[in-house]
Structure formats: C-alpha cells, structure tokens
Design a protein. Sequence first.
Length: 161
Amino acid sequence: MATKLYFLIASIGKFKNAVVTDAQHTRDFVSELQKPRYNKLKDKTIITYCTGGIRCEVLTVLMKQQGFNDVYQIDGGIVKYGETYGDQGYWEGALYVFDNRMGTKFSDQARDIGSCAHCGAKTSTYVDCADTVCNKLFIACEACQHKRYCPQCLASQAVTS
C-alpha cells in the first residue's frame, strides 16, 4: 500500500476543512497524536471519521487518552453519512473503499478532488503500480492509466534505461 495511506485516501475524498493525519496505519495514531502540530486542537471540538466507523472508534479513544477534550465520531462512518446526506452535506469527493472498487461516489453530483499523479487532471481513480516490488496505490486519470507505473517507478525506469 501507499506509504501515506490515510493521506492518499483523503486525496480523493474528505470532509471540508478536515485535518488529514500523516499516519500510515491505525497503529501509528498514538505517535502521530503526540506531534506538536496537534496541540492546538486539544481544546477544540473534534469529530473523527473513517469508512465504516471502526477505526474512528479507536482513534476517538486514543485522542481522549492523549488529552483531547471534546472528541466525537460519526456513527456508522462515512458510509452511513453518505447514505443519509449524499453529496449535499459536508463530504467532498469520492470515498475510498477496501475492496476491488477502491472508490465509490455517493451521487452523480460528486466532484473529483483527486489529482492524477502523472498529469494533474482531476480524478478519483486509484491504480496499483504494476511494479510488483512497489505495488503502491496512486491516483491516475483515464488518459494516464495505461502508464500503469507510479511516478517514482517510471522515473527509476527512465534512469536505468
């Protein structure tokens, strides 16, 4: 998976004005929350969110243990939120899902907020890097999906060629 999975996920969909973590895995939340960049949030109202509601339950508990005072979570996660509000609420973009689809939209009105790793065009489509050693997810528009390699692997291929 991508080195910054949560950032990559938020690249195609997130709540407006969300603070996006640098955590690579759920187990990284504790060390992430200890970073000084989050201190200014400890007295603010925080709402955690995740796809189905499981990881944000964990994060909410961890945040309270780390001194965040007013922490809540979205019951049922983004999936439930999307079922209720579609694209009429505070969600923008697509939702990363942990199956072969890799992404879904709540309605035809969803706009793409992700940027193609190759050309910068707006898209919400993930592609697995074809380099089996790398195998990172990256965002690619329809016109660039034929490249099949993430920009780092393409660059290293150009150097070795």
